[in-house]
Write a protein that binds this ligand. Structure first.
Ligand code: HEC
Ligand code: HEC
Length: 200
């Protein structure tokens, strides 16, 4: 192909590509965005929470996300903050909202936990790796969420809830994890939370 023709082809490609680029430019054009917009007040832009008490939703596996919504809506997972929003998500269509958050790029918490706590937590976290993965990356096929980069305060709080069997009580797939957590002192759970939060 001559240089002139190649140049023409490139110009054509750019022109053809332009409308696609501008279509994708607005966040409102992402499927599910309009249904997820109220979540941003607490869960941050694109589900990347910058609050220590609120979990990051970006990249959560859809099956896990849907279970969380069901559990909040039914009261199995007690949260005064989440219950009304879980009910709203069910009305809007949980599949679309779950797909939206699953497609967002996860940005870990910017808060760096104390290094000594991270080191103490590393050893205790060894017993979690069989399900949560060696890097805390989770296992979507088994509905195990990633822990890496979640805010430490959120992880710690959930560990205390699991330990007291207050989160999703009676859930069969969680009995093993709850049994592992039971003998671990609360201070060690805080260290484990710091460890997972520090992972990238
Ligand atoms: C008023 C603040 C607030 C709003 C708005 C909110 N959330 Fe939440 N969300 C929370 C808090 C706090 C938690 C942690 C609750 C707990 O202790 O289990 C949470 C937890 C979750 C979880 C569990 C995540 C995990 O890792 O298990 C999901 C899923 C979720 N929210 C989805 C949503 C969606 C979808 C919306 C929008 C329709 C939304 N939230 C709106 C505060 C909020
Ligand atoms: C036998 C498998 C298994 C083991 C071992 C295990 N977990 Fe889990 N973990 C799960 C599953 C499954 C869930 C999803 C809970 C649900 O369905 O609500 C979970 C959820 C969690 C959550 C909630 C995350 C979120 O986004 O809300 C935390 C925190 C957690 N695990 C920490 C740990 C820690 C720390 C250990 C080790 C001390 C551990 N887990 C060991 C299977 C396991």
């Amino acid at each position: 192909m001559s240089r002139a023709r190649l140049g023409l082809l490139l110009v054509l490609l750019v022109l053809l590509g332009a409308p696609a680029v501008s279509r994708a430019a607005g966040p409102l054009d992402q499927p599910g965005y309009a249904k997820a917009v109220t979540c941003a007040a607490c869960h941050g832009a694109s589900g990347n929470s910058r609050s220590e008490a609120v979990p990051i939703l970006a990249g959560l596996p859809p099956a896990y996300f849907k279970k969380a919504i069901e559990d909040y809506a039914s009261g199995k997972r007690l949260s005064a903050e989440m219950e009304p929003f879980a009910k709203q998500v069910k009305l809007l269509g949980v599949d679309e909202v779950a797909a939206f958050f699953a497609a967002q790029r996860r940005e870990p918490t910017p808060v760096r936990p104390e290094r000594a706590a991270v080191e103490r937590g590393r050893a205790a976290a060894a017993q979690c790796a069989s399900c949560h993965g060696p890097e805390g990356q989770g296992d979507a096929a088994k509905m195990v969420p990633a822990l890496a980069g979640q805010p430490a305060a959120y992880i710690r709080n959930q560990l205390l809830l699991f330990k007291a069997d207050k989160r999703s009580p009676g859930d069969e797939p969680l009995t093993k994890m709850k049994a592992i957590l039971k003998p671990i002192p609360d201070a060690t759970l805080a260290d484990v939370a710091a460890y997972y939060s520090s992972l990238r």
